[in-house]
Design a protein around this ligand. Structure first.
Ligand SMILES: [Zn+2]
Ligand SMILES: [Zn+2]
Length: 367
């Protein structure tokens, strides 16, 4: 592994005209000044993606060429570890909306991201998607409807993921099952008489099978955030990874960036489990037939590389009756998902009204 000089991500970029901080404009490849409108193109990275060799990182995490220190703020209430631009308007945790104290910020080492998926929809649009959804909710508390009016509650977050590539080779032994059908007699009662009839039953013929499989496992995506209460729902956590661009800190300007809390080592364990499932699928396909049994599989991964990547999501955090609710909007596609609170009183009065109407109807019908 060759040592390159430590890369410094300049996380703050100033406007040449007025000195204000430039922010990344979603859906573009530009930084924009909110004050004077000046825009600046983010230079294209000609080096392309850099896949990092896995083994050298597993040995010595934190002390290698692709790491740097970054200012991190840990949320005391939910534990999320986030990097926030100094000028960020409200210094609140993206997940739980608890206030963060800038003095608590600490320098931490992190493995530099290899790629980033820039936000495609801006905060205003994400907020409108959230508002429209809230408007359609039945029996939602008024407090939730009110919270949805404040755009400060919707924040853009770059969520950390690991991706792994590897060459997979495996040998397996097992059995191939082929279906065949036999006619089997059975007795049944027709018009009070016992009658013997025939029916078709499926059987499986098993033959031993063994062999080897190999192939390239590309871009196994593993989440790198330990967040338990603010897990991004499956529906939202789907991004088109072909739109990844080589990492440039310019894309982070104006957004919150979360630092991975699942280590590369643990992420790699998850990726290996995923590779085992892939090997199982490939072995079954290789065996063929109608069904398969696998008795042993011996998998080897080689030429393993990984990337630390950042994926865009908008989060809205809201408290109701002491419980926390999160709403998520995919920062690339705009897909929304969220848990919702029900207003006890709205449902209560609805039920009371229905009972009163029914009672009135019964009363007048009896008259
Ligand atoms: Zn300016
Ligand atoms: Zn928090």
């Amino acid at each position: 592994m060759q040592q390159t000089p430590e890369k410094k991500a300049e996380l703050k970029k100033s406007c040449v005209n007025c000195g204000a901080e430039l922010l990344y404009a979603p859906g573009t490849t530009q930084l924009k000044c909110e004050y004077c409108g000046h825009s600046q193109e983010i230079p294209e990275n000609e080096m392309g993606f850099e896949e990092l060799e896995l083994n050298s990182y597993l040995d010595s995490i934190g002390h290698n060429s692709h790491s740097e220190s970054i200012l991190m703020l840990q949320c005391k209430s939910c534990g999320a570890n986030q990097h926030i631009e100094e000028n960020y308007k409200s210094l609140h945790c993206v997940y739980c909306n608890s206030p963060l104290i800038i003095e608590d910020a600490q320098k931490e080492e992190w493995i530099l991201p290899g790629a980033v998926l820039p936000f495609q929809i801006d905060q205003g649009k994400a907020h409108r998607i959230f508002q429209q959804w809230v408007k359609k909710l039945w029996w939602a508390p008024n407090k939730l409807k009110k919270a949805s009016l404040d755009p400060q509650n919707t924040k853009g977050l770059y969520s950390p993921y690991w991706t792994f590539d590897a060459q997979l080779f495996a040998t397996y032994t097992g059995q191939r099952g082929d279906y065949y059908y036999v006619s089997v007699p059975y007795t049944t009662v027709v018009n009070g008489k016992n009658v013997t009839k025939m029916r078709q039953e499926r059987r499986t013929r098993w033959t031993p099978a063994s062999g080897s499989i190999s192939g390239f496992v590309d871009d196994t995506l593993i989440k790198a955030s330990k967040q338990r209460s603010g897990v991004i729902p499956r529906k939202v956590a789907r991004w088109d990874l072909s739109k990844l661009v080589p990492f440039d800190s310019s894309y982070l300007a104006g957004f919150v960036t979360e630092k991975y809390t699942i280590s590369l080592k643990d992420g790699h364990l998850d990726a290996t489990k995923e590779a085992e499932r892939i090997a199982d699928r490939w072995a079954r396909r290789d065996i063929g037939g109608d069904t398969q049994r696998i008795s042993s599989i011996n998998m080897k991964l080689s030429e393993e590389t990984f990337k630390h990547i950042l994926l865009p999501v908008y989060i809205s955090a809201y408290r109701y009756n002491g419980k926390r609710y999160n709403f998520f909007v995919n920062g690339q596609s705009g897909v929304l998902s969220g848990q919702r609170p029900y207003s006890f009183w709205k449902i209560f009065f609805f039920v009371v009204t229905i009972i009163a109407i029914l009672a009135a109807i019964i009363y007048f019908m009896n008259k």
